[in-house]
Ligand binder design. Structure first.
Ligand SMILES: [Zn+2]
Length: 124
C-alpha cells in the first residue's frame, strides 16, 4: 500500500464522490482535517459523529503531520474516509451491548474491498 494524503479541498471532493458511490447522498456531512489533539480518541486516523434523526454527520481525518511514523501501514486518507462513511450505514443498527468489534471488522473489510476494486477498475 502506498501513502494517500489529501488536502482539505481534496477531502471535500472525495467526500462527495464516496457519498455517491456508497449511496449516502441523503446525509448532510461535513469533513475536516484535524490535528491529533482535536480527536476525541487517541491513536485513531478518523472519527465520525452523527445525529441519526437528522441524517447529519461530521467526519474528522487525522492530519498527516500527526500520523505515527512507525505505523504498520502508510496513511491512506481515502480508506479512512470510506471507513467512517460506512459507519453511517450501520448507525441505525442496535448494538449488542457495547461490543463494536464485529462492526469495526465488517467495515474494515468492506472498505478495503471497495477501495481495491475501485483502484483496480480505475487502472484498467
Ligand atoms: Zn470505525
Amino acid at each position: 500500500m502506498r501513502e494517500v494524503i489529501f488536502t482539505q479541498d481534496q477531502l471535500q471532493q472525495k467526500l462527495l464522490e464516496w457519498q455517491k458511490r456508497l449511496r449516502l447522498q441523503d446525509w448532510i456531512i461535513s469533513i475536516k482535517l484535524v490535528r491529533e489533539r482535536d480527536m476525541g480518541l487517541e491513536g485513531v486516523q478518523g472519527e465520525v459523529f452523527w445525529v441519526i434523526e437528522k441524517k447529519m454527520a461530521t467526519i474528522k481525518i487525522l492530519d498527516s503531520i500527526d500520523y505515527p511514523p512507525d505505523n504498520m501501514e502508510p496513511q491512506d486518507m481515502e480508506n479512512t474516509l470510506i471507513h467512517e462513511l460506512l459507519h453511517l450505514h450501520f448507525a441505525a443498527l442496535k448494538y449488542d451491548g457495547d461490543n463494536h468489534i464485529p462492526e469495526e471488522q465488517a467495515i474494515e473489510s468492506i472498505a478495503s474491498g471497495i477501495l481495491t476494486a475501485y483502484r483496480e477498475g480505475v487502472r484498467s
